[in-house]
Ligand binder design. Sequence first.
Ligand code: GRF
Length: 189
Amino acid sequence: QRLSVFASGTGSNFDAMMQDEKIASSIVLLVCDKPGAAVIAKAEKSGVETLVLAPKSFSSKEEYEKVIYEKLQSLRVEWIFLAGYMRLIGETLLSHYEGRIINIHPSVLPAFPGKDAIGQAYRAGVPETGVTVHYVDEGMDTGPIIAQEKIEMIPGEAEEQLKTRIQAVEHRLYPNVIKQLTQNVTEEL
Ligand code: GRF
């Protein structure tokens, strides 16, 4: 299987994927929409090809995604895993990769979609939050859910601590789901 990761940020989830030898050897491309993002250096260091684009320099989302699609095709990429890619996927990629674009989101969807999901949950004072891995559709964090894991809020906990606990769940859950989807590994999620 040939995988690509789309990310815009620090890349801690990318790192977590790279810890798994089989996943690491399947990742053939990192797509990044933020020139200078820390995840780019991480990919380069691990020898993963990068495609870094500035969406603003394209006349439309379609033109932007066409360039990405051509690259994915040339590398025969079969799966797209979003890991902190802060942009909606458009029709061009959705139509070519139906059922093969997956996202991870730091809340128990449908609660707290969109940006700063950890902060949203923290401020809402809910008793629990967590992590969701789901198929991507045209909406914002709306596609069919593949896996979810909840964690309880700890009274008095700082938001930063909550973030650390959520990320620990992400870094375990996402590689497991990726293995299940791409390697038919039947392991407890
Ligand atoms: C993660 O919390 C992920 O769930 C969200 O964006 C964050 C990316 O973090 N979609 P990182 O760049 O992988 O550290």
